[in-house]
Design a protein around this ligand. Structure first.
Ligand code: ATP
Ligand code: MG
Length: 577
């Protein structure tokens, strides 16, 4: 404890330390996966407060997902146990909301405005235009895209839908999720006095995953920070994967001109993955081998990367489950990890050390069925509506009964301590979902209610649960696991293509695959099937073109066939050869 008080930079290497200490003026940290970008960001905030005289409230940290914000808060709780609660750690959306709430009148809203629920949005669209539900859904997603990319509707019908929908929002005093950031930027733009207040309030601004910002987010940042201000953007252009949502990696490059003469720091050491995984990932992202971007620091004897070919998607899932059982049983893993010292603390693999990644949800039935049959605990990241969780309305009512006084997390604990509450599984789960939000809001109930509304899309995946993780490649961003499986490494899935794909799309698919590979710390399995039930029919599949960019000496290729007739008989015994 005394040690971390003494030097909050003790856990950083020389380059990371240098980046953490550059607290004056714009700074861009560019580095590959596992190089400690997020770690540097948190330590930098601790440094600002411990050694640079910054007030906690002056150090704004922005991330993309609530999950990432929670994780940052957790790391900072450890580094700054006394002041972490005062740190403004926001997602882009919750920051937009907070700005609108504090200035509802400037934004042309009425007091007590809320975020529109998904069902309300659908109703607005349907009623205003007299269209079917599915048509309304398509229009909503088109409007959403327009808002994210700040572009104009191409046809008159969409323009009309946009206009009527917007009127309905206003009429009901609600805002939609996609407007939070843009509207916050609008009011800062319109009111120079307000802009000055925020610039004064947040003297240091740090943003993680900057490669995935979109136009509105950049606009908000540029209002919050003057061109020569103390802004630190962190990211990796090779991991830009949100183009389809309106993000543009161009803004990452543009940082150099959006802000005045930024300093640029590159981190080149990879602390996450073993040598083979690092080598493989650079072959995937730069097949020509032009650049050696990352130097692995793990000294372990690396394992080969397994490429596994299964006859069918069921057999593919079966392979994953058998391998999991084997590794958890401890037969092979220890010999593969001979170089690791006993003090590492990761020798005993548990369920949470495994991630199974896939490109689309459509791939999940086979693996879910196989895992369910095995009895091993797993969790799939699913985006349920917070209020749809059976226990949440059950809990929100009780919280409302407390009349909004006191520290929210304490009120939650009080409710759970009531007789019988801990036996109510739904209630306990709901409390787990609400607790991080409660902690973040401390005693600010207004913000808490709003956060519940804005977080109406929560995911039920809990990084602390000891379960095998099932995640899409997108959802795995920023995370790491000792053992990673990537399923469906086939043309048409990785890259995912729908007929014609443009080159930009294919580049993005490659980066997505790269994000997946670079989640792995020690063992990586790339799986593909020869036949798969895909888009409604059984199809012959060919391996992903990315697999041919890999050097053989890093690989161990395995092929399995079901004995007898090709996969019709569900025999789980695989023959390996
Ligand atoms: P990504 O691009 O995937 O988001 P990142 O660059 O943000 O990766 P981190 O998640 O910050 O990387 O760090 C990767 C892993 O390496 C973490 O487990 C982190 O604790 C560890 N790590 C980073 N820097 C160091 C260091 N100097 N010493 C020891 N471990 C480190
Ligand atoms: Mg990171």
């Amino acid at each position: 404890n005394a040690e971390r008080e003494a030097d909050v930079l003790a856990g950083l290497d020389a380059d990371q330390r240098r980046a953490a200490e550059m607290v004056d003026g714009p700074l861009l940290i560019v580095a590959g996966p596992g190089s400690g970008k997020t770690r540097t960001l948190t330590h930098r905030i601790a440094y600002l407060i411990r050694h640079h005289g910054a007030e906690p409230g002056q150090c704004l940290a922005i991330t993309f997902t609530r999950r990432a914000a929670d994780e940052m808060r957790e790391r900072l709780q450890y580094l700054l146990p006394d002041v972490w609660l005062q740190l403004p750690i926001f997602t882009f959306h919750s920051l937009g909301l907070a700005i609108l709430q504090d200035n509802w009148n400037v934004a042309g809203l009425q007091r007590g405005f809320r975020i529109a629920a998904e069902s309300e949005r659908l109703d607005f669209m349907r009623e205003a235009l007299g269209v079917s539900e599915s048509r309304a859904r398509r229009l909503l997603s088109a409007v959403s895209h327009l808002k994210r990319t700040q572009s104009a509707p191409e046809d008159t019908q969409l323009a009309e839908a946009f206009r009527v929908y917007q009127e309905a929002l206003e009429h009901h005093n609600v805002v939609d999720y996609d407007d939070l950031i843009g509207r916050a930027a609008d009011i800062l733009e319109a009111e120079p006095g307000l802009k000055a207040t925020y610039r004064e309030r947040y003297r240091w601004v740090c943003i993680d995953e900057y490669q995935d910002v979109d136009e509105q987010q950049v606009r908000l940042i540029k209002h919050l920070v003057p061109p020569e201000g103390n802004v630190c953007a962190i990211g990796d252009p090779d991991q830009a994967i949100y183009r389809f949502r309106g993000a543009d990696v161009r803004y990452f490059k543009q940082f150099e001109t959006d802000f005045t003469h930024p300093q640029i720091v590159r981190l080149t050491r990879n602390y996450r993955s073993d040598r083979n995984i690092v080598a493989l990932s650079s072959q995937v992202i730069a097949p020509s081998g032009s650049e050696q971007r990352s130097v692995p620091v793990l000294a372990d004897d690396p394992s080969l990367i397994t490429i596994h070919q299964a006859p069918t998607e069921r057999a593919e899932a079966e392979f994953v489950v058998q391998t999991l059982e084997q590794l958890l049983g401890g037969h092979s893993f220890f010999s593969l990890d001979s170089g690791r010292s006993a003090s590492d603390g990761v020798q005993d693999l548990s369920f949470s050390d495994f991630a199974v990644l896939y490109r689309t949800e459509a791939q999940t039935p086979a693996i879910i069925e196989a895992l369910a049959r095995s009895g091993m605990p797993f969790q799939k990241r699913s985006h349920t509506l917070l209020m749809d969780h059976p226990g949440v309305p059950g809990l929100v009512d009780r919280l409302r009964d407390t009349l909004g006084t006191g520290v929210i997390a304490e009120q939650l604990a009080t409710i759970l301590a009531q007789p019988g509450a801990s036996d109510d599984e739904a209630l306990v789960e709901a409390a787990e979902l609400l607790n991080p939000i409660a902690l973040a809001c401390d005693g600010d109930w207004e913000r808490f209610w709003a956060e519940i509304a804005v977080g109406s899309q929560v995911d039920t995946w809990d990084p602390r649960a000891d379960r095998i993780s099932l995640l899409t490649l997108h959802a795995a961003k920023g995370l790491e696991f000792p053992v990673v499986f990537i399923m469906g490494c086939e043309a048409g899935i990785l890259p995912l293509t729908w007929g014609e794909s443009d080159l930009d799309e294919l580049d993005e698919e490659r980066r997505l695959f790269y994000v997946g590979i670079t989640r792995a710390q020690r063992r990586l399995y790339l799986c593909h099937a020869q036949k798969r039930l895909w888009r409604g029919r059984v199809q012959e599949r060919t391996p992903s073109p990315y697999l041919s960019d890999m050097e053989e000496h890093l690989l161990e290729r395995r092929k399995a066939q079901l004995p007898g007739d090709r996969g019709r008989k569900r025999d789980h015994q695989l023959e390996l050869f």
